[in-house]
Design a protein around this ligand. Structure first.
Ligand code: SF4
Length: 430
């Protein structure tokens, strides 16, 4: 039995880097410092053993060489392919994906377009008053979780960085650090908060605007109730924010995907801006998918745009709402699709799932997922953080080098994509 320390969990945007793994032969048998979700990923069973291809409606085993050739045929036959996913893989693979898309003239998009795309649109308009999670842990005496539920979605966020963490510059952090939760329902996180603001669905923008008005000294204009929140509570929360030493606002898809979308985030950033006239306040999106932040970084360096990048004109073009994966699929515009490190079959709207079913679909993923039944070809890859290494970005934008715990016969996502890319260049004579 072998013990390996300081491994990075490959599941959510917290990228916890203090995980200990116990390995027996070629199997991880237990984990330490890992939440239930991360543990399930490390111990993940039912990995595909080899590539599979659908022939006459039945799956047959094929070799990696055959899988690469099939993938190249599908992608080069398409007029407008969609390359979607990327959030569960490392930056080096994302980089090859962008090169592939440039050759193919297709659309490359990550899960950003169905989670924090609105956050990016708002940040492009008014900037990002962010900081590292280390700053939050050591300095923040007030935490706001808005439209997110870390106890269930990022289970170690509160123990590593906020509620239950010690702070270098804080006395008795556990007792003195205050937590406010804003949500439309009483979540597990709301149950441990010092203050819970329950708002009516769709009321986020109005509540943010009211808090901004109070911070700017216009509290007398606020009616008795705003989106189900009493004026008394709004005044009280605004005072908590204004008088803290260091506040940190975290927000999730409960805010980005609620009515108002990117305008909500813009308003939240501007609230933080207003608060910075009185104290220190920061804002951080709770990125859910492991390396979705990295996908935004890599796409931006290489194309100038963070997600939903369309190369059909030969140069990069970006117009979320038109060039994002859901729109391209729903309009039945793409005629082939490659999904990597993501499971849109589980989350996308019905019209998109039907389109994925009706066009040639390649899946690159270690495990069978709800996208597998829609696919024509699935190529299993090594899992970054288990048997592959690479670079991933934590939710606060910190890049982390992810080690592998063991060797395996599985090629990494980068190796698979590079083989497909090299073969495409060969076929096209480039
Ligand atoms: S909080 Fe996220 S990164 Fe940390 S162990 Fe759990 S799933 Fe993994």
């Amino acid at each position: 039995m072998q013990e390996i320390k300081d491994m990075v969990c490959p599941f959510c945007g917290c990228l916890c880097d203090d995980v200990t793994l116990e390995i027996d032969g070629d199997r991880i048998v237990s984990t330490d410092n890992c939440c239930t979700i991360g543990n399930a990923k490390f111990l993940g069973k039912h990995r595909l053993k080899n590539p599979i291809k659908k022939v006459n409606g039945k799956w047959v085993d094929i070799t990696y060489d055959e899988a690469v050739d099939t993938a190249v045929d599908i992608l080069l036959d398409a007029d407008r392919p969609l390359l979607f996913g990327w959030s569960g893989t490392h930056g080096e693979a994302q980089c090859v994906g962008v090169h592939m898309n440039e050759i193919l003239g297709g659309v490359i998009d990550s899960t950003t377009s169905v989670c924090h795309g609105p956050s990016i649109l708002a940040i492009q308009e008014v900037g990002h008053p962010g900081c590292t999670l280390g700053q939050v842990k050591n300095r923040a005496d007030l935490i706001i979780y808005w439209g997110c539920n870390p106890i269930e979605a990022h289970p170690r966020h509160m123990s590593r960085y906020t509620t239950y963490a010690d702070g270098y510059f804080l006395d008795n952090a556990f007792r003195n650090r205050k937590v406010i939760v804003v949500d439309v329902r009483e979540t597990e996180t709301a149950n441990v908060a010092d203050e819970f603001i329950r708002i009516k669905p769709g009321g986020d923008y109005a509540v943010l605007s009211s808090l901004r008005a109070i911070i700017r000294g216009k509290g007398d204009m606020i009616p008795d109730s705003v989106a189900g929140v009493s004026r008394t509570q709004l005044m009280q929360v605004a005072e908590m924010c204004r008088t803290c030493s260091f506040g940190a606002l975290f927000f999730g898809v409960g805010l980005t995907m609620a009515k108002g979308k990117y305008k909500n985030i813009r308003n939240a950033i501007e609230l933080v801006d207003d608060l910075n006239r009185h104290t220190k306040f920061t804002l951080t999106p709770m990125r859910g998918h492991w390396n979705v932040y990295g996908a935004n970084e890599v796409f931006s360096w290489m194309t100038g745009y963070p997600f939903a990048v369309d190369f059909c004109r030969g140069v990069a073009f970006y117009n979320p709402g038109e060039t994002s994966a859901v729109d391209v699929l729903a309009r039945k515009e793409c005629d082939a699709c490659m999904v990597i490190a993501s499971d849109p079959g589980a989350h996308f709207p019905r019209a998109c799932v039907e389109q994925m079913r009706d066009i040639p679909l390649i899946v690159i993923d270690p495990f069978q997922s709800l996208t597998t039944p829609l696919a024509d070809l699935q190529i299993p890859a090594a899992v970054t953080g288990i048997d592959a290494e690479g670079t991933a970005y934590r939710m606060d934008g910190i890049p982390i080098k992810v080690k592998k715990a063991m060797d395996s016969d599985y090629p990494s996502d980068t190796e698979i994509l590079t083989r497909i890319y090299d073969r495409m260049l060969e076929v096209k004579g480039l």
